[in-house]
Ligand binder design. Structure first.
Ligand code: 6IA
Length: 136
């Protein structure tokens, strides 16, 4: 299974450590195409050696190639939202991971789309068991 993992970059890197843990855990189920999303040295400026056009082309090609898109959507990100809609237009399976927090709600544009499989969780331990239930 080829997994496209999406997580915020320029939207904010507050959850980057969590992304890395999720990516490492997802390797139990298949090949993760997008390991850079968990790169701790990658700041919200979000650019190392690639131009934005190169990033866009590479990522949209990977979404074409992926069997499943798994997006961590707790930190709102325009790029992640775009990737989800792009993947939906290609009829990909889409799983969204949302960490519940007081005073925050997931966008209705995601929550209201019944094609998306949404996993609500409160910590990484819980997320691991919910992912196991889904994929094992
Ligand atoms: O709007 P955002 O930057 O938060 O969008 C985040 C999403 O866009 C992620 O799920 C990524 O798949 C994609 N994305 C954004 N910036 C990059 C990027 N920057 N590289 C690859 N995908 C990106 C440079 C990374 C560097 C290691 C070469």
């Amino acid at each position: 299974m080829k997994i496209y993992f999406a997580g915020s970059i320029r939207g904010g890197r507050e959850d980057k450590d969590l992304y890395l843990e999720i990516i490492n855990f997802l390797k139990n189920y298949g090949e993760v195409l997008t390991e850079h999303v968990g790169d701790k040295s990658l700041s919200s400026y979000g650019q190392k050696s690639m131009t934005d056009e190169e990033i866009y082309t590479k990522d949209t090609n990977w979404i074409h190639e992926a069997d499943i898109i798994i997006a961590e959507v707790s930190t709102p990100s325009l790029g992640v939202g775009y990737e989800i809609a792009f993947a939906e237009s290609l009829n990909k399976r889409i799983v969204l991971l949302y960490r519940e927090a007081e005073g925050k709600r997931l966008s209705a544009m995601l929550k209201g789309n019944n094609k998306f499989e949404i996993i609500n969780y409160s910590n990484f331990e819980e997320l691991k068991s919910l992912l196991d239930l889904k994929f094992k």
